[in-house]
Design a protein around this ligand. Structure first.
Ligand code: LLP
Length: 419
């Protein structure tokens, strides 16, 4: 899969574009995406889903660039949104309302109203209070609305604690006993139809076992519902499939995403259940398609450390700072120089501003360009203007073509927001 990023004659290419040559002239840092990698991931999901009644949805939170959304939508994906803003972006990108699901513990009345008016496929509710408000909104608008309850299966996804969502102590979903009561309540509701069940246990999961255990919990829960003569037609399995952040682009056969390893097992774990399945994939679809290109500004050697100070920072890619996440770093031009242990850090005034710590890298010089891999998901979408650093440009490669898909922000634009 990572055939879309490969070295040719010591130089990193994205598809047919020589990145070192191109980026030498560009303002860095910048995000760059491979359309072929994205399409490979989308096609892989579609192929795996073929034997099932299956709606793959894309989780916009991973990356909501409209140009990428357009490609995803054209591959017959639906959308998974978590805010009114994402719902509007999804509709603008051409996703059909009937293929949009809406999750989140804190949907406001305004957001619920928008979702009800648009008639989306499912509002995935996460509490009794939300059901009460939604019923009120749907009644006021006189619109029957399809809902699913997000069930918290109390399963440890063995991932970073900030991105684990399926344990009892997490704020997400409703425990099965309580969910059963809520389904009974929904059955009597004049405006809400309980069409589905929703579950999502966390993100960057690279082992199929937690998914199989989740399937087991949900299967038992569906049986319990059926005993109460509540029949649901759709199971939303959530997302959370991980990617390979250690990819160094040296082997085109190494998986860049774990879709193939996990999604078939997850679907099979539901056995013979005659249901429609929805998935909500973010990272596993877009993560491996993006890299962050940054330039070395300074080398700084202190008594104990070598710092490689680059022009990208935690405001551009916060994952290392926030989750101690590992992203492989490769030079755009391969180096034969001996390796050394360095910290790759940004210009932001925080000790937590780093892209890599104690990393063995070939000696980097000022002006060298490097790529931070696996930056397509939760990169630009989690970025900020901290230290008044503008949002950076985004570029898309398609074969030998390369185009701008997001202009970099200017300080003027930011200034003008203040009226
Ligand atoms: N569905 C729901 C209900 C979710 O909460 C999420 C992610 C997804 C689907 C998509 O998950 P994915 O397939 O991308 O793993 N910022 C963190 C990840 C946060 C994930 C939040 N929810 C990171 O950079 O690792």
């Amino acid at each position: 899969m990572s055939k879309n990023f490969q070295y040719k004659n010591q130089t990193l290419f994205c598809e047919n574009v020589n990145l070192a040559e191109w980026a030498a002239e560009k303002k860095t840092p910048l995000y760059l995406y491979s359309a072929a990698e994205l399409k490979d991931n989308l096609n892989t999901v579609n192929n795996i889903g073929r034997p099932y009644t299956f709606l793959p949805c894309y989780a916009l939170k991973a990356n909501y660039n409209p140009h990428l959304l357009e490609i995803i939508q054209k591959h017959n994906f639906g959308a998974d949104v978590v805010s009114g803003g994402e719902l509007i972006f999804a509709l603008k990108a051409g996703f059909k309302a009937q293929q949009i699901v809406f999750a989140g513990v804190g949907k406001t009345e305004e957001e619920l109203e928008l979702a009800v008016k648009k008639g989306i496929a499912s509002i995935n509710v996460e509490s009794e209070s939300e059901i009460n408000l939604l019923s009120h909104v749907a009644g006021r608008l006189k619109k029957r609305t399809a809902v699913a309850i997000r069930v918290n299966p109390d399963i440890d996804a063995s991932t970073h604690e900030y991105i684990s969502t399926g344990k009892k102590v997490n704020k997400f979903g409703v425990e099965p006993e309580k969910a059963l009561q809520l389904y009974k309540k929904l059955k009597k509701d004049e405006w809400l139809t309980p069409e589905g069940i929703h579950v999502h246990i966390g993100s960057q999961i690279t082992d199929k076992t937690p998914f199989e255990r989740t399937a087991h919990v949900i299967e038992n829960f569906v049986k319990q519902l059926e005993k109460e003569e509540i029949s649901i037609s759709n199971i939303d399995l959530g997302g959370g499939i991980g990617i390979n952040y250690e990819d160094d682009f040296s082997d085109p056969h190494k998986p860049s995403t774990y879709i193939r390893h996990i999604l078939p097992a997850y679907l099979q774990a539901f056995g013979q259940m005659d249901k429609r399945f929805t998935v909500e994939l973010g990272r596993s679809v877009i993560g491996s398609a993006g890299i962050l290109i940054t330039r070395v500004i300074y080398r700084k050697e202190s008594a104990d450390k070598i710092f490689i100070i680059v022009d990208a920072a935690m405001n551009n890619l916060i994952r290392p700072s926030l989750y101690q996440a590992y992203h492989h770093i490769v030079p755009l031009i391969k180096k034969d120089a001996p390796t050394e242990v360095v910290d790759v850090v940004g210009p932001v005034c925080e000790t937590g501003d780093f892209l890599a710590k104690d990393r063995q890298l070939p000696r980097l010089e000022e002006g060298d360009l490097i790529a931070v891999v696996g930056a397509g998901a939760y990169g630009q979408s989690l970025s900020s203007n901290y230290n008044l650093r503008p949002r950076i440009g985004e570029y898309l490669v398609e074969g030998d073509q390369l185009r701008t898909i997001a202009k970099e922000q200017s300080i003027e634009e930011i200034y003008n927001q203040y009226g």
